[in-house]
Design a protein around this ligand. Sequence first.
Ligand SMILES: [Ca+2]
Ligand SMILES: [Ca+2]
Ligand SMILES: [Ca+2]
Length: 251
Amino acid sequence: MKRIPWIILVVIGVFAYSVSAGLLQERQAAVIKARSSGGATPTPTPTPDPCDGYLVCEDAEGTGTPTGWTDSAAGGTVNWDYTTTILEGSQSLYVDEDTADVFTISPSVSGLVSGYALIRFPSWGNITDQFLLSLTDSGAVSRCAARIDISGTAAVLEARLNATNGTATVGTLATGTTYHLWVDYNDAADTCTVAFSTDGTKPSSGDNVSVATYVSTYALTYLRLPSQHTNISYIADHIRGDDAAIGSNPD
Ligand SMILES: [Ca+2]
Ligand SMILES: [Ca+2]
Ligand SMILES: [Ca+2]
């Protein structure tokens, strides 16, 4: 038998080694891939989100008018970066006379619709029946609202459902105090309820509650913080809106 030249044996040997080394590398890569994809994925620590579940949630902490809000400054100013008196965090909203700030709830909601805000009056003059916080329909008509009557150093609130007013609160508000304010439209009960407190506990009845009753079925599209009179300006913060009741000290 003819002998195979040694050089050919060397070439065959090198080729076989290369192929086996390549296969080994591929196998190792596959094992590494399988380990990395099959291993336990680290679970990130959840960051508490105070806005979870709310349809409207604004603390005025960013710069300028937040997404979803429209400023309507007919004769005054709206300042979303107010720092003269801060109700919470590092900035608040200041709504000056003859202005309004409107959040568009999309899609509109019906059933039980609630609004909440921290609110404080630096100063004021006498006014009656001025809208403060209201839930309005797609035509921007106020359907369930908190209205304020100011006389001297004291103010009272009244609920208004469509055009029907509830009895004004016995409890009064003053300048220079921060209040928690709730407005609830309840379609099933045909009521609009306004409540306020200084400690964050939501009263369901008593001196600081006003209820308006009117047979109604409204879908609500906007949460408005209006200031429609030259005698009223206020600071607001921690603004919430929801299609469920907002209770005491909401997140
Ligand atoms: Ca704030
Ligand atoms: Ca801001
Ligand atoms: Ca109804």
